[in-house]
Design a protein around this ligand. Structure first.
Ligand code: ADP
Ligand code: ASP
Ligand code: MG
Length: 413
């Protein structure tokens, strides 16, 4: 008998009827003879609704209270799911993060899981019941409720699968797998049968929202096979796993886009040691993540310094850099919130030259100006004006022939 963790996302739990259908998937897995632990998100849109309510009352809600509030979304769905399962004749018991307990640190809003106690879940399984665990939440040492960051139910599911040594972790959502790019933007996108942890980590960190990045990192670290599947129809989905020789090798596996970042440029900075530290240090001190960084060689001993930050932190960063710019005697501070980062990802890039060139050629043919470039072994990212984001994704998808089966693609040499 294998243990399977099944996670249902908000899109698959939008109303009573959908919760009922999700419960039927759980009961079906049990009938196959497997033990099942279920993890649920809040109903679709609920977490945003709660955040909106908090925003009406407070510009910066206290983190402890915000987490206390947000965790209620998942408390609704665990109990409804347990009820639906019981109606189907399947024993089930709901668990909040604190009832498991899923122990975390105290970093409200982005807490990290420290330990998962298995006793309560195991005894539920031993009774033949299905534990239904609230995703996205945990409990801090003093007993306060914490949350794991947006999309955090994915991480709860993978962490449980790792801790309980589950055979596979199934993530049920409104698409039937991981596609070559967001199918909402490119209807011709193809479902990938398999993808490596490494590629999925890149895609997730570059803006592909089908799976939270921490969940993929966790899965890679502990070797938990993760399968993305449709909550509404049968099918194999996409298996995220280690690279093996049998995998068909695509040059590029997928295209990610991220429209949640903003660009900050400091113009005319004296070209001397300590400048990057002064700027990035000031930003990091406020716990803001700096992403792409570019420093250009300017004229007369001056340079320009450009980097990206989460768009939600843009105002904060501009405010805090004003005095820093005066101090380092920079000429001007500018920026833009209207940018998009477009990335092509693939382990196949390691052995092929020409990917960057095809990317740049395609964008130039469409008249899209590239503002920033960053590369790593298996990805190339560019920053462009946000108004070209969809055009860029579509034209790159076509240029790399991602709409065709791998065997029909005309690989560049
Ligand atoms: P859930 O509520 O189940 O957690 P999410 O909204 O977090 O669902 O993730 C599913 C969505 O991810 C899909 O509806 C799809 O639009 C989006 N998505 C973005 N990029 C991709 C991709 N490459 N493959 C599949 N889905 C993608
Ligand atoms: N409900 C939370 C969110 O909307 C967690 C999740 O869905 O994974 O971010
Ligand atoms: Mg999600």
């Amino acid at each position: 008998m294998a243990l399977i963790v099944q996670k249902f996302g908000g899109t698959s739990l939008g109303n009573g009827e959908r919760i009922q259908r999700a419960a039927e998937r759980v009961a079906a897995e049990r009938r196959q003879g497997n033990e099942v632990v279920v993890v649920v998100s809040a109903m679709g849109g609920e977490t945003d609704r709660l955040l909106g309510l908090a925003g009406e009352l407070s510009e910066r809600p206290p983190p402890r209270e915000r987490d206390q509030l947000l965790a209620t979304g998942e408390q609704v769905t665990i109990s409804l799911m347990a009820m639906a399962l019981r109606e189907l004749g399947q024993g089930a018991r709901s668990f909040t993060g604190a009832q498991v307990p899923i122990r975390t640190d105290t970093a409200y809003g982005r807490a990290r899981i420290v330990e998962i106690e298995q006793e309560a879940l195991r005894s539920c399984l031993d009774e033949g019941s299905v534990p239904v665990v609230a995703g996205f939440q945990g409990v801090a040492p003093e007993g306060d409720v914490t949350t794991l960051g947006r999309g955090g139910s994915d991480t709860t599911a993978v962490a449980l699968a790792a801790a309980m040594e589950a055979e596979e972790c199934h993530i049920y959502t409104d698409v039937d797998g991981v596609y070559t790019t967001d199918p909402r933007i490119v209807p011709e996108a193809r479902r990938l049968g398999r993808i490596t942890f490494e590629e999925m980590i890149e895609l997730a960190s570059l803006g592909t929202k089908v799976l939270q990045i921490r969940a993929v990192e966790f899965a890679g670290k502990y070797g938990v096979p993760v399968r993305i599947r449709s909550a509404f129809e049968e099918g194999p989905g996409t298996l995220i796993t280690v690279e093996d020789a049998a995998m068909e090798k695509a040059l590029v596996s997928g295209i990610a886009h991220n429209e949640d970042e903003a660009k900050v440029t400091i113009i005319g900075v004296p070209d001397r040691p300590g400048i990057a530290h002064a700027v990035v240090g000031a930003v990091s001190q406020e716990n803001v993540n700096v992403d792409m960084i570019i420093q250009n060689q300017g004229e007369h001993g001056k340079t320009d310094f450009t980097f990206t930050v989460p768009r939600s932190d843009y105002r904060l960063v501009m405010d805090l850099l004003e005095p820093v710019c005066r101090e380092i005697e920079a000429e001007a501070l500018t920026g833009s919130e209207r940018i998009a980062k477009i990335s092509v990802v693939g382990v196949g890039m390691r052995n092929h030259a020409g990917v960057a060139d095809l990317m740049f050629e395609t964008l130039s043919r469409e008249g899209i100006n590239i503002q920033m470039i960053a590369t790593s072994e298996i990805k190339i990212s560019v920053v462009v004006d946000q108004k070209y984001a969809e055009l860029a994704v579509r034209s790159l998808h076509e240029a790399f022939e991602l709409d065709k089966p791998i065997s029909d693609r005309n690989h560049i040499h």
